[in-house]
Structure formats: structure tokens, C-alpha cells
Design a protein around this ligand. Sequence first.
Ligand SMILES: Nc1nc2c(c(=O)[nH]1)N[C@H]1C(S)=C(S)[C@@H](COP(=O)(O)OP(=O)(O)OC[C@H]3O[C@@H](n4cnc5c(=O)[nH]c(N)nc54)[C@H](O)[C@@H]3O)O[C@H]1N2
Ligand SMILES: Nc1nc2c(c(=O)[nH]1)N[C@H]1C(S)=C(S)[C@@H](COP(=O)(O)OP(=O)(O)OC[C@H]3O[C@@H](n4cnc5c(=O)[nH]c(N)nc54)[C@H](O)[C@@H]3O)O[C@H]1N2
Ligand code: SF4
Ligand SMILES: [Mo]
Length: 711
Amino acid sequence: MENYTTKQLFEAKIPGEETGITVRRTICGFCGENCLVDAYIKDGKIIKVEGCDSLPASNGGKLCVKGAALKQTLYHPERLLYPMKRTGERGEGRFERISWDEALDTIARKMRETKEKQGAKHTLVYAGHPKWFRHQLTELCNAYGTPNFGTESSSCAYARMMAYECVFGTSGRNVMPDMPNVKTVLIWGVNQMYSRSVSSGSFLGLIERGVKAVVVDSRHTPTTEHAYIHLQPVPGTDGALALGMARVIITEGLHNEEYIEKHTVGFESYKDYVMSFTPERVEEITGVPKEKMIEAARLLGKGPFGLQMSASPMVHHINGVQNVRAIASLVPLTGSFGVPGGTGGPGPARAGFKNGFLMNPLRRYDAENDLSHNEFPAWAQLNFYETQVTRIADYLEGKGDYPIENLIAFGMNHHMWAQPQHVEEALKNIGFFVNIDMYKTETCDYADIILPAATALEREQLLMIGKGRVIDIKPVVEPMGEVRSDMDIILGLAERLGLEIGDPVLKTYDDYLEMSLIGTGLTLEELRNAPDGLPKKSKPVMRTQEDILSGIKTPSGKLEFVSGVLESCNMPYHDGLPVYRDFREILPMDEYPLILCTGCRKPQLFHKRTYRMPWLNDLEESPLAEIHPETAERLGLKDGELVRICTPVGSLEMHICLDTSGLPGVVHVYHGAKDKDINEIIDEKYYDPISGFPGYKSYCCRIEKADKKEA
Ligand SMILES: Nc1nc2c(c(=O)[nH]1)N[C@H]1C(S)=C(S)[C@@H](COP(=O)(O)OP(=O)(O)OC[C@H]3O[C@@H](n4cnc5c(=O)[nH]c(N)nc54)[C@H](O)[C@@H]3O)O[C@H]1N2
Ligand SMILES: Nc1nc2c(c(=O)[nH]1)N[C@H]1C(S)=C(S)[C@@H](COP(=O)(O)OP(=O)(O)OC[C@H]3O[C@@H](n4cnc5c(=O)[nH]c(N)nc54)[C@H](O)[C@@H]3O)O[C@H]1N2
Ligand code: SF4
Ligand SMILES: [Mo]
């Protein structure tokens, strides 16, 4: 380095004694990918980040654009740094600083008073997208005695899991393509290259290996570019497409009779049902040319194949659970479940930390008395660990079975729901509301007390990578202001409420870390002294084909074409067969003839979290109404023109963006914009009666020129 001056070395951000720059390993906490990051630190502050490639983590040294903006997320001026209490009206956003003791004492007192006067169930506990502390938050709810614990999963992942539980008796982390052995994959509604951009390497690896990918996506995306066959159905019609494929497979004798006989129930009535889904009818419903559908069905009919399905777009429809069941039924039909090269194949069970998210889901105390139990009986059976809170606005307004007095929220963003303006009204009148976030968000503005949460960069964490290497990641910077980790907040509340949580009982953050390691054979102390982590000592649980297929946990003990769980609900729409219902038949399509599909992921955006980060938000205007040029021409609209998107419950102005990735007749709008939140004009009552998931990806709208007066 002798040829360079210190100034030059510093400008190039070269670590070393001369520059005083050190590199510390951390995790990007933006999304569930948990990418390893090298943070370059100078005088206790992060000056830049890079992907970390010194360990074999899934990101392989790469960061997506959001990870690259980590510095801005940490040092953002809207970071919440101290506990605060409200001084203005609800929604105004005026607060004053208070101490942690005052904050936690007040919250504990309110919770205790409510429990004594009305009963613990009148406290609703909520967690937004962050998931790492949910198990311990459930433990707190159980110890306190409220069954009302709901999360962002009321519109993410759990409905797909319900459908998988109905068919396979499991929704676990193992229901994935058997990557090492798979020859054909069916990727249904996942845009790997955007939503899991850094780990899309494993998808590209499959393609390079010659694996044939059938990708079903209603848009052209960088993922569909790699498809062997890309089917492009009208959003929300996927159930009909899957039933049509099943018909081809059965009529051409490609189904696996021996497997069906041995491992499934309900085949005869399923077979009868799918017969009405002729190629012609399916083409009419879905818009997919019948020849292409038949070609894909024939490929899958060769079986086995690996199914990969997204957490959200397939279930953001009012017929979502049944559509996913129709898709998942193709797996047993072709003998693909639990076999090598199939879905949920034999091999080591995926490893994780004890009591991490969904590792050992807890039954909630008094679950049959939670607010959603009667409306969503299938949810109550299958997602026993949480309350469905799609109707949160109603619940907060006392329109549930009983009123809610306190709302204790960790990372709540009320714009994730349809018609968030209704949630705002409800928040204005609730007895007591706490929100815990890294930023002073719009939701915080309605709270009585707001608490500052630590980012992933400011707390110690354990990470498991590769085949089970465990790494202790230390905080890379001092916590800013008085921020605390959510876990410390949960523990602080438990202490003040005189409650014990965890088994073994957790009192400190270290107890939580130690507990997480149970089952790995490692101690916290040894990990803290092993900068590159250590392989876990326990052997992975191996599952054979026999284990999997003899231990199916559906009511019948077999893979189910006819769902025992849904039949047992005795409710409208809870058909045992994966019945297809077309959303267009119940929407006022005459008046609102375009399909509104919202929230398809963009690489740079993450729900409502990113709009405040200029490095991310300034990359593209948002929201935009993305429409096909044919639709624009038909409506006499030009690229960039300001228009009004009208739905049965409201209207919003935004610019048009001509885009050939989607189908004519479909309008795509991203959710989570600062203003003009598209959820404001999606009907909150438009949800799947089985799961409660909103129809975010298949609602209806019409486009008017912005200068035209509204009728
Ligand atoms: N960059 C980024 N990554 C994210 C997120 C984010 O906000 N930003 N969010 C994370 C979260 S919470 C989630 S749930 C996942 C979601 O991850 P993905 O499922 O990959 O997300 P989407 O992009 O919404 O949908 C995937 C594809 O489904 C297609 N699609 C939409 N509706 C339909 C339909 O009805 N039928 C068919 N066949 N295809 C359809 C879309 O065209 C899109 O290309 O992403 C996670 N990753
Ligand atoms: N129209 C439409 N609406 C949608 C969707 C769609 O596709 N279309 N997608 C749905 C889906 S799949 C999802 S997952 C939801 C998004 O679910 P949301 O919960 O809205 O997700 P975020 O906005 O990412 O995060 C919520 C808040 O948590 C805070 N936060 C992040 N990490 C932490 C932490 O560690 N601790 C604490 N205390 N707070 C934290 C963030 O700052 C943010 O304010 O939106 C849903 N809404
Ligand atoms: S994929 Fe991007 S946002 Fe997600 S953890 Fe990795 S760098 Fe962060
Ligand atoms: Mo999600």
C-alpha cells in the first residue's frame, strides 16, 4: 500500500490501521434471505456495506439493491431513537420523550388493568413482517392469557400453508422441490429474480443443469425468461388451469395409478370433477392457449416433479386456497410427493433453531375464544398458532365477538390491509395503542406510546447457513439512541407483568440465544469465540420415502384430493374438492372491466418500508399504473399520462406506464407507496372466505382520464 496516501486509501475505503477502517460481518435484516454483509466501520459508524463472501451463505457474496442501501436504513432521520408518548391528537404525530421504565410500566399497567376488569382477551397483540421474535411473543400472549395474537401472515404465506396442509398434511419447510434430484420443476407464481434475487442462483443452477422449468406467471419476468414452458394465465384463474392440466394427465393415462391407490383419498370424485375442465373451457377462462397447457401437463405427467409456490400471489385471491389446492393436487396425481426428484422428497429435514419462527408452533391459550375462530374454522384448525386479523379494523371498532381495549404491536404497518383508512379510523378510538418500530411511521402516529426497535445491525444474532453451520453475529455498531431489540422489550414486559415465558425460562437476551442453540450441541460461549461459526454437532433428522408416505397428517392419513378438514367445516365455499370459482362472476366487471393486480414485487421496494429511502425510492416513480399498450390504445391513453384508477370503493390518481410484461386488460400497481396507497381502493370485504386473505391480485377497476369529472 506504500504507493498510496492515507487520503487515497481512505477514499477507497480500504480497511487497515492506517485508515482506521475495520470490516465486521453482519446480516441484512430487510427480508427473510438473511444475507451476510461485510460492514465497513470507521469511528463506530458504517461507511459502506458489501456482500460477504468469506462464508458459504446463500447470498454468495452478493447483495440486492436493498441490502446495498443498508447504511441509509440505519442512519435515517426518521429513525425512532427513544421511547415516546403521545402529546397531540391520534394521527397528528406529536410525541414527547419518556424513559424506558415509564413506557414499559405504563404498558404493563394497562395490560394488567384490562385483564382484571375485562379479561386478557381484550388485549390484541400484533406483529408485522418481522418474524424472528414471534414464538416468544406467542409465549407472552399465552402467559398473559390472550388468544388474540395476529400478524402480517394474515395476508402472507399462511393461506398457501393451509392449502398444503389440506393436501399433504404438512406445510413445513420440507415441502419444496427435491433440489439435488429434481428433473422438472413447476414454479407457480414466484418471481425468483426479484423476490429472492440473491438466492436465485440456486434456480439458475437448476436451469444450467438442464432441469426443465414450467413457470406459471401472469407476467413476463426475468424468471419466466428461463422457463422451458411459460404459461401466462389471467390472474386468479390458476385453479382452472391446474384442473385443466389434471384432466389432460388423467385422460391421457399419465397419472400414477399405483401411487394414487396406495397413498391418496378422493381420487374418483376429483377425477369426475376435473372432467368438465376441457382444454377449450380452460383456455376461455385462463387465456392460456390450450396447446401450451397440454404440453405442460404432458411434461408434468411424466412425474415426479418439484413444486415451488410463492407465499402470496397465488393466495391473494378470493378463491386462493382452492386454487392452490388444485395446483397442489397435481403432485399426488403424478406420484410426486415424498419421492426422490419430487416435492417434499426424502433426505435430511431442514435445520433451524429451537423455537425460531414456525419451528415448533405453539397452541394459543384459549384459542377457541379468539376473534376469528367462528368466521375462519379452517384457519382455526390449521393455523392454530395465530388469529386471522384481516378484519382488524372491525375488531378494533368492537365489531368482533367482543371489543378490544389494548393493541400492543411490533412493527405494525396499517397500510398492508385493504382500506387502511378504516384501520386509521378504528385506531383513533381504541383504548390504548403501542407500536414498536425502527422508524416513526404513519402507524406510529396513532399510538399512545411508541418504542424504538433495534435493527439487525444493532443486535447480536445467531444465523444458520449451508448444511448447518451456526454463526454468532455480533452487533456491528452501538445501538443508536436508546433502541432495544424486540426480544428485550418482550422480556421487559414479561418481567413487569410478573410472567414467565419460555422453556427453559427466559430472563435475558443471552437466555434467548442459549435456548435457540438447544438441539445444535453448541454453546453460546464457544460460538462467541468462533468468528467463522461452527458446524452444529447434532446429526440432521433423515426422512425416508417410507417415513414420509406412512406419516401423512391429514384427517385420513393419506394425501387428500378431497379435504377432510374443509368438509368438516360445514361452511359455504369450504368444499372438499378444489372447486374453481371465478372472481369475475361476483365483481361488477361491467362497470369496472379491468383486472387490478397489486403488489407484484420490485427489486428495489419492500412494502412500505422502502419509500423513505431515497436510494431506493428514487429509482422509479411509485405508484404507477402499468398497463399493456393494447389496453392503452383501446382506452386512448398515452404513456406517462395522469389517469384516475376507479374501483367500487374509491379512486386514486397516478401516471400510466406502458408495459408489455402483463396481459392486456390487467392493471398492475405496486402497493406500499408513500401516498396514493392502492390498498385504499381495494374493498376490505373482498377476501377468501376460507383463509381471510384479501383479493389483492384480482380485483376490478376502470381507468379514466384524470381531467374527466367523476360520475
Ligand atoms: N424485492 C422484494 N422482495 C420481496 C418482497 C418485497 O416487498 N420486495 N416481499 C417479500 C414477501 S413478504 C413476499 S410474500 C414474497 C412474494 O414473492 P413472489 O411470490 O415472488 O412475489 P410477487 O412478485 O408478488 O409474485 C410473483 C409472480 O407472480 C405473478 N402473479 C401475480 N398474480 C398472479 C396470479 O394470479 N397467477 C399467476 N400465475 N401469477 C401471478 C406475478 O406476475 C409475479 O411475477 O416476496 C418477498 N420478497
Ligand atoms: N395490495 C397489496 N397489499 C399487500 C401485499 C400485496 O402484494 N399487495 N402484500 C401483503 C404481504 S405478502 C405482506 S408480507 C404485507 C407486508 O407486511 P408489513 O407488515 O406491512 O411489512 P413491512 O412494511 O415490511 O413491515 C412492517 C413494519 O415493521 C417494521 N419492522 C421491520 N423490522 C422490524 C423489527 O425487527 N422489529 C420491529 N419492531 N419492527 C420492524 C418496518 O419498519 C415496518 O414499519 O403486505 C401485504 N399487503
Ligand atoms: S435479498 Fe436483499 S433485502 Fe433480502 S436480505 Fe439479502 S440483501 Fe437484504
Ligand atoms: Mo409477504
